[in-house]
Design a protein around this ligand. Structure first.
Ligand code: MG
Ligand code: ZN
Length: 222
């Protein structure tokens, strides 16, 4: 089975055109990566991430979370645990003016756990399955899309899906990225999503690829 998604609004504009997406990794990008987080009380947002996501939404990006959750294959928590937390997280994004178009997760692992989720799959990053499923489900234009992740595997998934703008972030937004990732895969490196959106060159590129609605309103960057 492909990645599973929580119900999502249709991510197309009023003219029915495919939208640019901002794909966000979860652990280490949205929330502090304590390891296998599945409870609300263990979920703390990386400072500034909700405001930054709202900024992306205003630029016209459909916000799509793509997250490896091998803790499910490992038996640490269940699909229901994941969905309950995703629903709560989505409500916080919506309150912040950054409604999520979709949340996709991979529950598999190739060699951990002992159930049916222990297998090779096409959705565990660095495979592109979650991004490709989102593009089909939500009418996304991958060629105008961006991904923000704290591991090179996040960026490799984006590359394999044809997402051109791939930003490596520092784990938990605390410092410059530590994960090694070749320059040809990495568009830019920043400590956090908020830092990335404040960088003039990257911001200009994001504005160019975002929803034309913003350009029609006379915003800079087009
Ligand atoms: Mg991560
Ligand atoms: Zn998978």
């Amino acid at each position: 089975m492909p990645a599973t998604a929580t119900p999502a609004p249709v991510a197309q504009n009023d003219r029915g055109e495919a939208r640019a997406a901002a794909f966000l990794d979860r652990d280490g990008v949205i929330n502090i990566d304590h390891g296998y987080v599945y409870r609300q009380e263990d979920f703390s947002f990386v400072p500034g991430v909700l405001d930054a996501a709202a900024d992306l939404a205003r630029m016209g990006y459909a916000l799509v979370v793509v997250t490896n959750q091998s803790g499910i294959a490992r038996g640490y928590y269940t699909e229901d645990d994941f969905h309950a937390l995703a629903q709560w997280m989505g409500a916080r994004f919506a309150e912040a003016g950054a409604p999520l178009a979709g949340v996709y997760h991979c529950p598999h692992h190739p060699d951990a756990g002992d159930g049916p989720l222990r297998r090779d799959c096409d959705c565990r990053k660095p495979a592109p399955g979650m991004l490709l499923a989102a593009a089909r489900d939500l009418n996304l234009d991958l060629s105008r899309s961006a991904l923000f992740g704290d591991k090179c595997d996040d960026l490799r998934a984006a590359q394999a899906a044809g997402v051109p703008l791939r930003v490596l972030l520092g784990k938990d937004g605390a410092a410059m990225p530590q994960d090694a990732c070749p320059d040809e895969i990495t568009s830019a490196r920043h400590p956090s999503l908020a830092h990335a959106l404040a960088a003039p060159t990257l911001r200009a590129r994001l504005l160019r690829c975002g929803e034309p609605l913003l350009a029609r309103a006379g915003a800079p960057g087009k």
